[in-house]
Design a protein around this ligand. Structure first.
Ligand SMILES: [Zn+2]
Ligand SMILES: [Zn+2]
Length: 360
């Protein structure tokens, strides 16, 4: 039985604008009325509308999406989906297999209904590519309750530097709206109000140093657990390896996983891998490359004391750098080769593709 539907509203790590990181999660079930949470909000309402529209346009086509062509700006205009996604993965085009529109409902009305059913946002860190769509979308929040959650450095930055009545109106002070911002405690399991079977735990990680003052950027890994099936997924914000930060922050994350989730219940880790192995350490700027990602997965395997058989790893936040080969394919190939050499176990590696939903 599937426990999670993970829709990729955006997975780009820039520098292209649009399609930035935003992961919509729900329980499998009634597509029209279900509730969602969103981890990060670099993409939002427009992408929801686009996904509903693509379903309407293509509903006459067969549901199987394995022959779909994925936009690429490199050696070919399009690449087949199967080059990005492991063949064992369950993936569907759009937000779910069924139509998301009621009869007599326009695409924008349907998209707003889905948007209003995103009751909670969990932000990993306040960089613009992880919050931009939420800011632009926020005037549409007036008819529905929404709560933003994050660790203290994130919520403080959102209050002080974004919703500060200068960069954007302070919507938290707007009495007509039910738009709230609350701080989560690190490592504390927090019940998801709108999906009562779920609990979410924020774990702090390092995302490099600020440019001018060289202070550490805090980012977050969210562990989401279904309390009925006990299955779990982890969704990571931007982060760097402990080998670079010289902190034991990811080691703590892996320890937390291995002590709270049996390996066979850990279905998936969505994690960034922004740069290929050709990138020098000084140009990683708080991100992972395949060498560091596979090193960290090896640490996770050590924390569990066995190979990571059955785990799905979905890569996101790839930087669309210049070159001939699509960097998503370069990075996926580098990761798969390193993982085989490191004997990580039977782990499947796929790329997060905007507009598709992974069913786990
Ligand atoms: Zn960032
Ligand atoms: Zn980012």
């Amino acid at each position: 039985m599937a426990s999670f539907e993970i829709s990729i509203l955006g997975a780009s790590g820039g520098p292209l604008d649009g399609g930035n990181q935003s992961i919509l999660l729900s329980e499998p079930g009634n597509c029209l009325h279900k509730k969602y949470i969103c981890i990060d909000a670099g993409s939002g309402l427009r992408q929801i509308a686009t996904m509903i529209a693509s379903h309407q346009k293509r509903s006459s086509l067969k549901q199987n999406c394995w022959d779909d062509a994925i936009e690429s700006f490199y050696e070919r205009l399009e690449e087949p989906l199967h080059r990005f996604v492991d063949s064992k993965v369950r993936i569907v085009r759009g937000l779910c297999n069924d139509s998301l529109l009621d009869s007599d409902e326009s695409i924008i009305s349907g998209a707003l209904r889905v948007f209003n059913n995103i009751k909670e946002y969990y932000i990993t860190h306040p960089h613009l590519d992880h919050i931009a769509a939420l800011v632009i979308n926020s005037p549409a929040c007036s008819s529905a309750e929404k709560t933003l959650w994050g660790l203290r450095p994130t919520t403080e930055a959102l209050r002080k530097h974004v919703f500060n009545d200068i960069l954007w109106p302070n919507l938290f002070a707007q009495k007509k709206m039910s738009f709230e911002l609350h701080t989560l405690e690190e490592c504390q399991s927090h019940p998801v109000k709108c999906i009562t079977n779920w609990a979410i735990t924020p774990l702090r990680v390092s995302h490099g140093l600020t440019v001018e003052s060289q202070v550490r950027c805090t980012s977050t890994v969210y562990l989401i657990q279904n309390r009925v099936t006990e299955q779990a997924v982890a969704i990571c914000g931007d982060l760097e390896s402990d080998l670079i930060s010289h902190k034991r922050l990811l080691a703590n994350v892996w320890k937390h996983f291995s002590t709270t989730v049996p390996l066979e219940k850990l279905k998936c880790i969505l994690v960034e891998c922004s740069c290929s192995n050709a990138t020098k350490d000084e140009h990683l700027y708080g991100h992972l490359s395949p060498n560091y990602l596979v090193h960290e997965l090896k640490q996770l395997s050590r924390a569990y004391g066995r190979p990571l058989d059955g785990l799905q790893v979905i890569i996101m936040h790839v930087k669309m750098s210049p070159g001939m080969r699509d960097p998503r394919l370069v990075i996926l190939q580098e990761i798969r080769q390193l993982a085989a050499a490191q004997e990580l176990g039977d782990v499947s590696f796929s790329m997060a593709l905007q507009g598709y939903t992974f069913v786990l």
